[in-house]
Design a protein around this ligand. Structure first.
Ligand code: GLC
Length: 396
């Protein structure tokens, strides 16, 4: 793989995850078939209400861009097996039923028009297929083979029919009995990914086919992988669910989202932030507000999260830090008032500035500690103020 292909991901900072499908009609996340044991025929009666009539992938891409995001990942098929793309493998797809449109094609084209990298989420499990629910032990050999053939063919279609795809985002889940039976072997994951790479030589594949592949995915947490060089991404919801769930109003504040982003960025990861559109494709106001706030913050602070590494100065009651070249960025999560102390700091700084302002910071040092003084009494940025310090070259 070309270095360039890796480097866009390394410096992306943030992307938009989109969980959208027939489950959005039900409005209780995306697991009703499994968690409520909703029979498939009852589930499929919701397909006509999956209208997509306000689905505007250009508007979605614009939201993502304005939020400072560099890529998007759309659920082309979730665990319910309903495909948002045109496929010969099943009539349970958005062209033949419901919207009557290839929602993936429209999405891919919109991403390209807006200069966003194209990510496709694809669930390897499929609760609509009996063989998957029976598992490889109990299903007949032919039935299991047919299931694996179906999965491989759907992935092939996604990789062959939509031009250049930048990210393939597999997912895993247990079957209806709660058993996680997919393995690298019974899924033929190596063969699957070899095919993907033949069709899409520059694609980045995540780790959920149970092979490590190109990048690690943390879910609902910001913990980096054990190998610091590994590409990684943390996917996060804004409330507590991925799919549309109007009863869930427990949204993270924009401030919490930005704090989390700084924690991910300083460890060289990306934040994949989820939206769960309504069945017609509308993005709800709480999500739009947060995307907008994130965009405003990133417009000023992108430099502070792009291509940085864990900070060389200790974190403390103020927050944490990152480094790039001769700059150290203090992510001040908790504003102290007129001064901030960086304890046990061996580094010296020749200048300091509060990003997004003209405020120069006065730096005092005693033998061990550094004190930033004459700071404004209240945080200059309501989400997260960043102080950029310039390292004295001959200091360390
Ligand atoms: C969890 C959810 C799944 C969702 C995924 C995103 O595994 O169960 O529905 O798509 O997270 O990472």
């Amino acid at each position: 793989m070309e270095f360039q292909e890796i480097s866009w991901f390394r410096s992306a900072g943030a992307g938009m995850f989109i969980h959208w499908g027939v489950y959005s009609v039900i409005g209780r996340g995306e697991w009703a078939i499994q968690q409520e044991r909703m029979p498939l025929d009852e589930y499929d009666r919701h397909i006509p209400k999956f209208s997509a009539e306000n689905y505007d992938p250009d508007a979605l891409a614009q939201f993502a861009k304005d939020a400072g995001m560099r890529y998007m990942v759309l659920t082309t098929k979730h665990h319910d097996g309903f495909c948002l793309f045109n496929t010969v493998t099943t009539h349970r797809n958005a062209v033949k039923q419901g919207p009557g449109r290839d929602l993936v094609k429209e999405y891919v084209e919109a991403c390209r028009r807006h200069g966003l990298k194209v990510g496709l989420y694809f669930s390897l499990p499929d609760w609509s297929i009996q063989a998957f629910n029976d598992g490889p032990e109990d299903a007949s050999q032919e039935a299991w083979k047919a299931f694996i053939g179906l999965i491989h063919e759907q992935v092939r279609e996604l990789c062959a029919n939509y031009g250049k795809i930048d990210v393939l985002w597999y997912d895993r889940a247990p079957n209806l009995e709660g058993v996680s039976a997919l393995t690298v072997e019974n899924l033929m994951a190596r063969e699957l990914n070899d095919m993907v790479r033949r069709l899409q030589p520059d694609i980045l594949i995540n780790d959920r086919s149970d092979l490590p592949e190109d990048f690690y995915t943390a879910e609902q947490n910001a913990r980096p992988p054990e190998t610091p060089e590994r590409l990684w991404e943390a996917c996060l919801t804004m409330n507590k669910h991925w799919g549309y769930f109007p009863a869930d109003d427990m949204y993270k504040s924009a401030k919490e989202i930005v704090h989390t982003l700084t924690g991910i960025a300083m460890n060289r990861g990306n934040m994949l932030l989820n939206v769960g559109p309504e069945p017609d494709g509308t993005i709800g106001e709480p999500e739009r507000e947060r995307l907008q706030a994130l965009g405003q913050w990133l417009a000023v602070h992108r430099e502070a999260i792009e291509n940085v590494s864990p900070g060389p100065v200790s974190g403390g009651t103020y927050g944490c830090s990152a480094i790039k070249g001769d700059s150290v960025y203090l992510y001040v999560h908790w504003w102290h008032g007129s001064s901030i102390t960086i304890a046990n700091c061996s580094m010296d700084f020749k200048a300091g500035k509060i990003m997004g302002t003209n405020h120069s910071v006065t730096i005092q040092r005693d033998v061990k500690h550094i004190k930033l003084v004459n700071l404004p009494l209240t945080a200059p940025d309501p989400l997260c103020t960043v102080i950029k310090l310039t390292i004295k070259q001959d200091c360390c």
